[in-house]
Design a protein around this ligand. Structure first.
Ligand SMILES: [Zn+2]
Length: 875
């Protein structure tokens, strides 16, 4: 399941009750099996599908399988999770193939590079399970698939898969999430597996096992590569160059089974040959499900548009990338709404069936899949998807541009780097550039990531507008924009001239840039994420620094507002040396100053400079706030900026001693009920005593409603609606009579006058900054933000506070993606970032989450302004 938010994908499991499960559990083991291959029962103590195999049991079984068949199975660790659990893949093939794996890999690499192979290659089928840790049946199906291929003695289909293909099984893409799920299941189950969907064993506490440790949806992270689980996986896939990749999930327990062909919209970066291959694999799955009498559906719900999914990302590398979904038993047994019961064993059996059917489709057509893949890569290398180059300016947000280049390189994309000043396509690049040529094998992934826009199919859009015109919900599944240049805050231009440079490696450290000479002070210009990280790490080591909210010129050089100056007079020589060492580790830019004299702007001794200290930061955690938002905020602050945060459970905020903190962050969500009056009161007094409260997205409503709101804004109804009329209409026993004379009048009469704006699935929008406020430092030329959802707020009145960043004018609003026309008109000029003084403190509101999926690196300075800098400004 892969909802934008955590809507439909909650699943759970039950296990003390394992003994009660029936005979379907045995259906994996029909026929004659090699007794030398250990069974799950022998290794883990339970039959397949009778219990939810824990991560530790799965590790033990994978090791047992690999040890029992070293000539046919190889177990490889490719990553380690945040919580220290290993991630493995298991390579399965016939002994003759395993013996020459290196040669097969090398030939596949040649083919993937767009060159002719030497005939050694075999098609690689990659089956990945459990990316959402609470979608439990997939991992057990992975173990059964491996067992079957190694142990089945009289299955010609299994033998053909082993002979004709290399099968790679990635059984547990999110072990931390699975462990969380299994622990909750075991902790809440009783003496029988409970089919009651209300039972605690089906109802996970916050956060569910869907997400990893930092509460990321790993099926959105494929091009962002923010999480170690994804980084290791992408590196592994690049070594193998699979021709088919399937990501096996679970959906709601009332559903049946979904396999490809996928739903619309398809990315325009898919090819007709790929679309035909989905059909072929789909027919193999259909035949296998028909034979077992199992229902399924195709071409609905699950699309192929967003490249952060496992299916679409791999499709943009030339594989046939798919999502399969099994209705989840959310435990060992689940009572469906239609009265029937779905058992865990059923769900494992279906994923097992689809795994083998998919592998068989490749084994029956090895030359077709190899030839299609080779043709795809070679055509792209020859310029089938374009012959220009994307040029990324290294002069703007240098550290983020360097990071973006490395992220692209980590996905197998050739990135060229040029350090000297140069001009190309009529634009000068005084600090050099990164260039990404379009004519290379991964060209369609490159286009998807670097094009300013990936258009939705016109017929799909027309249908969505039709649905909206009759008040039906639209069918967009995820964001409509992900252009990585604007998201990183860097400038990307498409250029048709020849580019040159050195090929960039994904793991080269970013080089520090130390400029100027002098021993009076070291300035850290406030220009990119690396600068914010250096400042934070330095402050944490007790190095004294001061931040300015005015630009200044010193030594003939301009420093933007937000620049942090570390004076030698306030630090020991050892501390100043340590500052430079940290700059080297981070790859940050520093400028040594020889005097406190400035040619313009404030001097270091001016009150425009304030002493910066390490803020103590709390984040609201648990019920009432979104795990995705809480997790990505914590991730950006801790892992990118370097600032530790203390999570405090939302329900505790009413009695917490908030005097211990300088900043309290409230992630997206609806925390009012969990906070209660006590929580609201405690937060109000925290702000009035000098604290900084930062509220995000929907949570703003909690602090902007009531008689005396902390933030004097209101949420808006949809444009053209009349919420006051809606209230009037509900009063009185009788309604005023109206004559309805046309279809248009009828539609008007049934219109919901209090409706919220239609949901934005996610678009990149331009915002402009208020140049005199410290919170907009680093954004003199505006920013690109992600807007999702229905929240549009009225601007803050001038007497109440400052609309620090506001959406651009309607004609300049959309940076990338699709926005409903009435939303475009309504969003223009509305606040994105607001600040309102309260007592001695400050309330900061973000209308949309700047940390979503950690993929808007260009907003890191905005987050740092609100969390790192604001307490020193407020003090
Ligand atoms: Zn899923």
């Amino acid at each position: 399941m892969r909802k934008l938010f955590w809507g439909r994908c909650l699943i759970v499991l039950s296990a003390l009750a394992g003994a009660a499960l029936p005979a379907q559990a045995q259906s994996f083991a029909q026929g004659d099996f090699d007794p030398a291959i250990p069974t799950l029962t022998a290794t883990a103590g339970h039959a397949p599908g009778s219990r939810i195999t824990s991560p530790d049991q799965a590790y033990a079984y994978l090791e047992a399988l690999a040890a029992a068949a070293p000539d046919r199975a190889k177990l490889v660790q490719y990553a380690t999770s945040w919580e220290g659990r290993p991630l493995y893949y298991l390579v399965l093939s016939a002994p003759a193939n395993i013996a020459r794996l290196d040669a097969i890999k090398a030939d596949m690499a040649d083919i993937a590079a767009g060159r002719a192979g030497n005939g050694t290659a075999l098609p690689v089928t990659w089956l990945a399970y459990g990316v959402h840790g609470n979608e439990i049946s997939s991992t057990d199906a992975a173990l059964m698939t491996a067992y079957h291929l190694l142990a089945a003695k009289d299955d010609a289909r299994a033998a053909k898969i082993m002979a004709q293909t290399i099968l790679v099984i990635d059984p547990m893409q999110n072990p931390d999430g699975r462990a969380r799920f299994v622990n909750n299941f075991l902790a809440s189950t009783g003496i029988v597996a409970d089919a009651d969907r209300q039972a605690a064993e089906h109802d996970e506490p916050w956060p569910s096992g869907r997400v990893n440790h930092y509460m990321f949806d790993l099926n959105r992270d494929w091009f962002t590569l923010s999480q170690p689980e994804t980084r290791g996986k992408v590196a592994a896939i690049r070594q193998w160059n699979p021709v088919v990749v399937v990501d096996l999930h679970e959906m709601g327990g009332d559903e049946t089974y979904f396999f490809s062909p996928a739903a619309q919209p398809f990315s325009p970066n898919l090819t007709p040959a790929q679309i035909r291959a989905y059909e072929l694999i789909g027919r193999y799955n259909a035949a296998a499900f028909d034979a077992r009498g199992e229902p399924y559906f195709t071409r609905e719900v699950y699309d192929l548009f967003y490249p952060g999914y496992g299916d679409t990302w791999n499709a943009h590398q030339g594989a046939i990338g798919s999502t399969y979904e099994q209705g989840s038993s959310r435990g060992l047994v689940w009572k469906r709404r239609d009265g029937t019961e779905l058992t865990y064993a059923d769900t494992v059996a279906n994923h097992f069936t689809a795994s083998l059917a998919t592998a068989a489709a490749v084994a029956d057509n090895p030359q077709k899949f190899l030839a299609d893949f080779a043709a795809y890569r070679a055509a792209n290398a020859g310029g089938a998807a374009g012959k220009g180059s994307y040029v990324i300016d290294l002069g703007k947000r240098r550290w983020n541009a360097e990071r973006l280049g490395r992220r692209l390189a980590a996905q197998g994309i050739t990135v060229l780097r040029r350090e000297d000043a140069t001009s190309i396509c009529g634009k000068s690049y005084p600090a050099g550039y990164l260039a990404v040529p379009q004519a290379q094998p991964a060209a369609r992934l490159i286009r998807s990531l670097l094009d300013r826009d990936t258009p939705l199919p016109p017929d799909f859009l027309a249908e969505q507008e039709r649905r909206r015109s009759v008040d039906l919900p639209h069918e967009l599944y995820d964001v409509t924009a992900w252009s990585v240049g604007p998201m990183a805050g860097v400038e990307v231009a498409l250029c048709n001239a020849a580019v040159s440079g050195d090929v960039m490696a994904a793991d080269t450290p970013i080089a520090a840039k130390a400029e100027g000479s002098g021993s009076f002070a070291v300035a850290v210009p406030w220009t990119d994420s690396g600068q914010a990280r250096l400042v934070t790490l330095a402050l944490r080591e007790g190095i004294e620094g001061r931040v300015t909210d005015r630009a200044f010129t010193a030594g003939g050089r301009e420093f933007p507002r937000g620049t942090v100056v570390f004076p030698a007079g306030a630090n020991t020589p050892e501390k100043m040396a340590r500052l430079m060492a940290l700059a080297g580790e981070v790859g940050a830019q520093t400028v040594a100053l020889d005097s406190g004299w400035v040619e313009s702007g404030p001097n270091l001794g001016s009150e425009r400079f304030v002493r910066l200290t390490v803020p103590r930061v709390a984040v609201a955690w648990d019920d009432g706030v979104s795990p995705l938002s809480a997790g990505s905020l914590r991730y950006v602050l801790e892992q990118r900026i370097g600032l530790p945060v203390t999570p405090i459970r939302t329900a505790r905020l009413g009695r917490a001693d908030l005097g211990e903190y300088d900043v309290v962050l409230v992630p997206e969500g609806d925390p009012s009920a969990v906070l209660g009056e006590g929580g609201q009161r405690n937060l109000r007094s925290f702000v009035q005593r000098g604290g900084v409260l930062v509220a995000i997205g929907d949570s703003l409503e909690t602090f902007s409603s009531g008689d005396n709101p902390l933030l004097a804004v209101k949420r808006e109804a949809a444009l053209g609606r009349d919420p006051a009329a809606a209230e009037d209409k509900d009063k009185g026993a009788l309604a005023e009579a109206i004559a309805i004379a046309s279809d248009a009048e009828y539609r008007e009469a049934i219109k919901d006058q209090a409706a919220l704006p239609d949901t934005l699935p996610g678009a990149l929008l331009n915002v402009a900054g208020e140049p005199d406020h410290f919170l907009s430092a680093g954004y003199d030329s505006g920013a690109v933000v992600l807007a999702t959802g229905t929240q549009i707020f009225t601007p803050l009145g001038r007497h109440k506070g400052v609309n620090v960043m506001r959406f651009a004018a309607p004609g300049n609003l959309i940076a990338s993606g699709y926005v409903w026309e009435e939303n475009r008109r309504q969003l223009a000029y509305k606040p994105y970032l607001m600040a309102q003084p309260q007592g001695r403190g400050l309330v900061i509101g973000f209308a949309h989450d700047p940390s979503t999926r950690a993929y808007l690196e260009g907003l890191d300075l905005l987050i740092a302004n609100a969390v790192l800098v604001a307490p020193s400004r407020v003090r």
